[in-house]
Design a protein around this ligand. Sequence first.
Ligand SMILES: [Zn+2]
Length: 188
Amino acid sequence: MYESDCRGCRISQGLQAVRGNIIIELDGDWVLNHYGGDEGFLGWLALQPKFHRMDFPDLTPKELASLGGNIARIAKALRHCWPDRFADLIERVYVVYFFESAYDDPPTDFHMHIHMIPRSRKMGEGKSGSETPSAVAAWKTSCLASQPWFPDAYRTRNGAREEEVRELMDCLNLHLASQQRSSHRQCQ
Ligand SMILES: [Zn+2]
């Protein structure tokens, strides 16, 4: 079920440190954690199969059947949990799956994980040259947090905003757990 030298498998088992130290178990053997890459920012999440899978064809029927529902619940929970004190609003949640790393040459394979990336109103307000704010936010997501106009409160690079990450993941954990419990009750 697990590969001993796989980072994703180590995350699933709690053997690999993740931002906020929270790994959320979801329906159908999926797990959710806060993304820790340098280009990440507050609310950028990684959804992955609990067990070792490298691509969509590797997923079991159970994992495939629960993926859509999990994505929808996470997108809803992110909006619900975004702290009011930011006086901001999540306008989109991008869902992105890369089959290989953009930063390794040659590209490396890794445990399948789907990026779920919130784009708030304030993240889309900044401009760069003649591009529209939404074009900068949507198509240059990996460069967003390095833009001078990006909201400082959302920067997580180099371990920043650990309290905010934990607070958000705590809320997502509670919210997603309650949704799953209610869906299970409906089935009984
Ligand atoms: Zn793995």
